[in-house]
Design a protein around this ligand. Structure first.
Ligand SMILES: NC(=O)c1ccc[n+]([C@@H]2O[C@H](COP(=O)([O-])OP(=O)(O)OC[C@H]3O[C@@H](n4cnc5c(N)ncnc54)[C@H](O)[C@@H]3O)[C@@H](O)[C@H]2O)c1
Length: 285
């Protein structure tokens, strides 16, 4: 792949739902009309039904889809899945390491098992996937995009381990950027703010639930853009970082949060009309 070419061979994790599914959908549509431009997507997820359904839907667009049912918390599986994709596609242009989980609770109540699971899926899997993908990415001068979170930079109670696992992920991606840049391999993160997906349905996506509705109004009110992101908003940023328009960008963490992570000063009390506590109060009362 030269610097101007649109990537076509992808491994996308968490492709059965939310952001991963949106990335796969956009990648499927981004290909050219000829055989060389046909998108070839390895869709990894632990949810077999969901990932098979996404594969079936995207095949209708002409994309070649390879659904792989894999638990990324299992250290032996991640690398094997990448090797299978590379073997079927004859190489790889982009690794999108997106699958993630969260464990909620005050730090003092969180146990070792959930610590382990959170770091295994959110952090270790990206290392194992990227390590397996590296030879093929070096060959294609391809790239890695990981889904971190604004929680990687901003402590997020009650998701203490989640925040820590995403912070470690972000640094690992920057480490890859520095070590692998010489081979033409780029590595970047996107950091979503609140986004409508399966992960956040309970918290603010369920329109039938009064508490979720109030939580949503509050979050919208305190965000500069006054809205929750769609999975497609995040996917557009992933495809940008993966593609030729970001050919000289590596090691960045791109917030896709509608400006939410910039709201510390309004929170401390700014000009009347900009105080977040007042705006939030009006939204939920
Ligand atoms: N939705 C948000 O508000 C938000 C905000 C910041 C960051 N993120 C991050 O975005 C990424 C995607 O999450 P989403 O919001 O689309 O959630 P989602 O729950 O809709 O999708 C996540 C997908 O990952 C899969 N998955 C989870 N654990 C897995 C495992 N061990 N092995 C294989 N597959 C696994 C799930 O089956 C699911 O299909 C995650 O890394 C998440 O931390 C989401």
């Amino acid at each position: 792949m030269n610097d101007l070419e649109v990537p076509v061979r992808y491994v996308i994790t968490g492709a059965g739902s939310g952001i991963g599914r949106a990335v796969a959908t956009l990648a499927a549509r981004a290909g050219g009309d000829d055989d060389a431009g046909q998108p070839r997507l390895a869709l990894l997820d632990r949810d077999a039904t969901a990932v098979e359904a996404v594969a079936a839907e995207l095949r209708e667009t002409g994309a070649e889809c390879l659904p792989l049912v894999v638990d990324l918390g299992d250290h032996a599986s991640a690398g094997k899945a990448v090797e299978e994709a590379v073997s079927v596609f004859g190489g790889l242009d982009v690794l999108v390491s997106n699958a993630g989980i969260s464990a909620a609770g005050p730090l003092e109540d969180l146990d070792l098992e959930s610590f382990q699971q959170t770091f295994d899926v959110n952090t270790r899997a990206t290392f194992l996937l990227a390590r397996a993908a590296f030879p093929a990415l070096r060959e294609s001068r391809g790239s890695i995009v990981a889904t971190a979170s604004i929680s990687a930079t901003h402590p997020t109670p009650p998701l203490g381990m989640y925040s820590a696992s995403k912070a470690a992920l972000k640094m690992m991606i920057q480490q890859m950027a520095v070590e692998w840049g010489r081979y033409g391999v780029r590595a970047n993160c996107v950091s979503p703010g609140p986004t409508d997906t399966g992960l956040t349905r309970k918290s603010f996506g369920d329109a039938e639930d009064a508490e979720a509705r109030e939580n949503r109004r509050y979050r919208e009110a305190v965000s500069p853009m006054r809205k929750i992101a769609r999975a497609e908003d995040i996917a557009q940023a992933v495809l940008f970082l993966a593609g030729p328009h970001a050919g000289h960008i590596t090691g960045v963490d791109l917030p896709v949060d509608g400006g939410l992570s910039l709201t510390v000063m309004p929170l401390t009390g700014g000009t009347p009309g900009y105080r977040l506590d007042q705006i939030a109060q009006e939204a939920v009362s």
